[in-house]
Design a protein around this ligand. Structure first.
Ligand SMILES: Cc1cc2nc3c(=O)[nH]c(=O)nc-3n(C[C@H](O)[C@H](O)[C@H](O)COP(=O)(O)OP(=O)(O)OC[C@H]3O[C@@H](n4cnc5c(N)ncnc54)[C@H](O)[C@@H]3O)c2cc1C
Length: 393
């Protein structure tokens, strides 16, 4: 598929080739354009400013760093591989009174057409520490590591806990931000500590899972009081004892169909999860997307009962706050907008919650589309929906 994206390495557009040729591609999102293989060299971007051992570039196009492939440039941009460089980058921005934006794999954001003001820090902090304590395995992982590599590692070593989160794109550092979840597991259940750099005090801090105030696609880090933190490492607690979590719809159906006297293995669960996901989500190398665009809303019991009278099959899950409603079902069965397109933006035919950039969509077009869908939902159900995806500007 032809995509007109600009290579950050040499600032030229290489069309479709840019997606397939980079030799530094570790995974297929975010980190791909370290070296411009079309130009065949590691070209230095224009207007680079070097501060000690960090280099700050100007006007770096951000669309290639995101899975939505939308939007303008970072006013200033740097990549950091360790906490010391992160500190220096933040201090540089502070001295200039620039806002700081952190980017991981770019799989839960879209960039404004006008770009992002201030300094964008692309997080590449690596590092893996493994500590075994009886049945428990504690993994402390650098925030710039690819999360799915860690899931694959855990599955290959026989450590239980992350397998249901297989094949979710993005970095380790972003996993606590929206408390990623899938197929009946939220990462909060596995997080023991989050290490972070506190921009305000210029110190490193360790937050316990409780201090992170995790909720459904929510955490301290998404709110004003948590914006001071940049996640540098995450510690997950896994277990050597088999503990499959198979109650969630599609996975339960898979388990039923494949049931034997044996418990499914970690590898079988990971393979099943990735196969289910490949039917629900587009390949983000081919179609721009950030996965589910909206959160599943939680509504009051009374509101849910009223909706049930009109839509008796509407799926809802009781939570302490009310009833969490399956928004995909409403989009699909009430509004009939699965696969609906408006210009270059649309919902995905495999899952209506997933919004897709079918070509060279702008952020303005995406926002108009999202507002239009939100209005349709409200008109039909009186539910006010929230975006799961973050706009960077
Ligand atoms: C096809 C597809 C399927 C998906 N499926 C799921 C799913 O099943 N479940 C789910 O929960 N999500 C899903 N997502 C969303 C996304 O993969 C996750 O939210 C992921 O954790 C984002 O990681 P990232 O590194 O790409 O974050 P980014 O998109 O780079 O950043 C997301 C937000 O976190 C902030 N941030 C990133 N890193 C840090 C850091 N180190 N410190 C502080 N702030 C930081 C950013 O500023 C931004 O606000 C999906 C996305 C796609 C494209």
């Amino acid at each position: 598929m032809e995509m007109n994206v600009v290579c950050f390495s040499c600032n030229e557009s290489h069309g479709a080739q840019i997606r397939t040729v980079s030799p530094s591609t570790k995974t297929t999102f975010g980190y791909v354009f370290q070296r411009c293989a079309v130009a065949g060299k590691e070209a230095r971007p224009m207007n680079e400013e070097t501060r000690g051992d960090i280099s700050i570039e100007e006007q770096v196009p951000l669309a290639p760093y995101t899975t939505f492939h939308i939007g303008g440039a970072a006013e200033y941009f740097t990549s950091v591989e360790n906490i010391e460089k992160l500190r220096k980058a933040v201090q540089w921005a502070k001295a200039k009174k620039f806002p700081v934006t952190v980017l991981g794999g770019g799989s839960n954001v879209f960039v404004a057409d006008a770009g992002v003001r201030g300094l964008v820090i692309h997080n590449h902090i690596t590092g893996r520490e493994i500590v075994k304590e009886g049945d428990a395995v504690l993994l402390t992982i650098g925030a710039g590591e690819v999360f799915d590599d860690i899931v694959a590692l855990a599955v290959s070593r026989g450590w239980w806990g992350l397998e249901n989160l297989s094949c979710i794109p993005g970095s380790v550092g972003a996993t606590p931000i929206q408390n990623i979840g899938a197929y009946g597991v939220e990462v909060a259940e596995r997080i023991v500590f989050v290490d972070a750099y506190d921009k305000e005090t210029d110190t490193s801090v360790r937050l316990t899972g409780d201090a992170c105030l995790f909720g459904y696609r929510d955490s301290l880090f998404k709110h004003a009081e948590g914006k001071r933190y940049i996640v540098t490492r995450v510690t997950y607690r896994l277990s050597k004892t088999p503990a499959p979590v198979l109650h969630y719809r599609d996975l339960a159906a898979w388990n039923e169909a494949h049931k034997t006297n044996e418990l499914p293995t970690l590898t079988e669960i990971r393979t099943a999860v990735c196969a289910i996901r490949s039917r629900k989500f587009p390949d983000w190398n081919v179609l721009g997307t950030a996965g589910s665009f909206f959160k599943n809303p939680t509504i009051s019991d009374a509101h849910f009962s009223a909706l049930l009278e009109r839509f008796p099959e509407l799926p809802g899950y009781k939570t302490p706050e009310g009833v969490k409603v399956a928004l995909g079902w409403i989009l699909d069965r009430v509004l009939n907008v699965r696969g609906y397109r408006s210009g270059t933006v649309g919902t995905y035919e495999g899952q209506a919650l997933v919004v897709v950039n079918y070509g060279d969509a702008t952020s303005a077009e995406l926002e108009t589309f999202a507002r239009d869908i939100a209005q349709k939902i409200f008109d039909a159900t009186e539910i006010v929906v929230e975006w799961e995806v973050t706009k960077l500007s």
